[in-house]
Write a protein that binds this ligand. Structure first.
Ligand code: GDP
Ligand code: GDP
Length: 487
């Protein structure tokens, strides 16, 4: 069938995807270790397809599909055609470039923004620029805004436009794709069996995931609240985290309202501990202090992404801990349970009890704070400085999990595999889920499109949550579900 007829009647389209002379193709090339595979994976996500070995090619020749704003193109990682140790040889660089120039409509050269330019870079650039096809330069590993200035150095390669990107953090990729797709020929590619609606949704998701700029990313510091009853060690923990530890650099004080925040940079991640004045504020009487700690917890939660719920190991979980933990859970913030003063219970105890065991202790805490089952739990000693790095690492991890997005495609594949018979829901409350989509991050929020509008049965929601967690993680974060009827 002619392309226009094929578009009218999809069933006429053969199963085979569009042939090479139909679907536009762009190539990425560059030296080893500049991040080509990382970029390739980011662009293709799960739509990757690997074509088997060809004579003379040691590594797999890698093709994939990229969709962007309702259009599709094939992508080839020419770096995948050359063994790593040979890829530095000029003839191999040229071979790579020649394949790219022969096959592709647009070529993206990738360089590592953290290393000096070397002669193979100049050679490759010169060769590509002479090839007569649209070529652009992606300067990769530009992970922060400050580094974008450094990317300017790479103009020396002779490209008109350069794109500072971070493949790892999905920064600047949207701008690069905009340019690539603008340069690609528009062809009437056969439409595959994905419904138009989910295609639009996918495009919107692509936009959200990849059209992030460095500036926007910078705002992604993790706001941390330290919450808990009086005397559990909140201010000791704060001081320890912002203190002299060598791994922790540049605490800067900023001011919001009457509150003072403190910023910690640790291994490329930034944490803003909110309202440190509030953490240090103490009530006059014990009763006042306890009430104040609850009020403060709620205020801190409002301003935070992640809450460190501090619990005194010597006292175990009290009713007030549970109250504060409950607020944290309802707030939708991610939570890390921090068992402090662990030093006091591991050795001979003043109260005559035997030394505590981590597993037993954790079980007791989990039992008392059942609703926080998703929260990681760590044992520390704030005053001795034990396990503090772990606090930052886990905080960073849950902050990332919290912002994670599952595409509708992944979600649909997931749903197909879930055996809902196992949910154990009373007949009257059974619903049928047509599909599910992640409507928001932080906290991850899913919309279920179902045959009727009912409040999810408790055990169904728990079942679904467990399945989603098993498949996608979201550690530390609550997961919210909403139901919409669709008929
Ligand atoms: P390739 O040989 O060009 O395919 O490079 P890879 O994709 O295998 O990446 C080489 C190394 O660079 C890996 O350790 C990646 O994790 C790292 N890398 C890739 N992209 C980025 C990035 O945007 N930022 C940083 N910091 N590292 C990156
Ligand atoms: P906050 O009211 O929650 O801010 O608690 P503080 O940080 O003021 O700590 C209360 C008391 O517990 C102080 O005497 C601290 O020195 C002590 N403390 C805090 N952390 C630890 C710890 O890890 N081990 C021990 N043994 N004492 C601690």
């Amino acid at each position: 069938p002619t392309p226009s007829k094929a578009r009218k009647d999809r069933r006429d389209v053969p199963d085979k995807p569009g042939s090479a002379d139909h679907e536009p193709l762009f190539a990425i090339c560059g030296r080893p270790n500049v991040g080509k595979s990382t970029l390739f994976n980011k662009l293709t996500e799960t739509r990757r397809s690997i074509v088997g070995d060809e004579p003379g090619i040691t590594r797999d020749r890698i093709y994939g599909e990229v969709r962007w704003m309702g259009r599709a193109a094939r992508i080839v990682d020419t770096g995948g055609m050359v063994p790593d140790d040979e890829a530095l040889i000029p003839s191999e660089i040229h071979r790579q470039a020649r394949v790219a120039l022969d096959e592709a409509d647009v070529i993206v050269m990738v360089v590592d923004g953290r290393t000096e330019l070397a002669s193979p870079d100049y050679d490759l650039a010169k060769f590509l620029l002479r090839g007569g096809k649209p070529v652009m330069l992606a300067v990769n590993k530009i992970d922060t805004q400050q580094m974008t200035a450094a990317a300017e150095n790479y103009r020396r390669l002779g490209f008109k436009t350069i794109f500072p990107i971070s493949s790892e953090h999905s920064l600047g990729i949207g701008d690069l794709l905009d340019a690539v797709f603008e340069a690609l020929p528009i062809v009437e590619a056969p439409v595959d069996e994905v419904t138009a609606a989910s295609e639009v949704e996918a495009a919107e998701e692509d936009e959200r995931n990849l059209h992030r700029t460095h500036g926007e990313f910078e705002q992604f510091e993790t706001k941390v609240a330290i919450i808990g009853r009086p005397n559990v060690g909140k201010s000791t923990l704060l001081n320890a985290l912002t203190g002299t530890s060598r791994a922790i650099v540049s605490p800067i004080a900023g001011t919001t309202r009457d509150a003072v925040d403190e910023v910690i940079d640790y291994q490329g991640s930034r944490f803003r501990i909110v309202d440190t004045a509030g953490i240090r504020r103490k009530g006059k009487t014990h009763e006042m202090a306890e009430k104040l700690s609850v009020v403060m917890a709620r205020r801190h939660l409002e301003a935070a992404d992640v809450a460190l719920l501090v619990i005194d190991a010597q006292e175990g979980v009290t009713a007030a801990d549970a109250t504060i933990g409950g607020y944290a859970h309802e707030s939708g913030r991610s939570i890390v349970i921090v068992i402090n003063k662990w030093d006091l219970v591991t050795t001979a105890r003043t109260d005559g009890k035997p030394p505590a065991d981590k597993d037993v202790f954790e079980e007791q805490v989990r039992h008392a704070l059942k609703y926080l089952h998703y929260a990681p739990l760590i044992f520390i000693s704030a005053s001795r400085g034990n396990n503090l790095k772990k606090v930052l690492e886990v905080t960073d991890h849950v902050a990332k999990e919290r912002r994670k997005r599952v595409t509708t495609g992944q979600m649909n594949r997931f749903l197909e595999q879930v055996d809902f018979q196992r949910a154990g829901v009373p007949m009257a409350q059974k619903i049928r889920i047509y599909y599910m989509t992640q409507a928001a991050v932080a906290p991850p929020t899913f919309i279920l499109f179902a045959n009727r509008l009912v409040k999810l049965h408790f055990s169904f929601e728990r079942f679904l949550e467990n399945q989603v967690r098993a498949a996608f993680g979201f550690e530390g974060s609550p997961i919210w579900f909403k139901v919409r009827a669709r008929n």
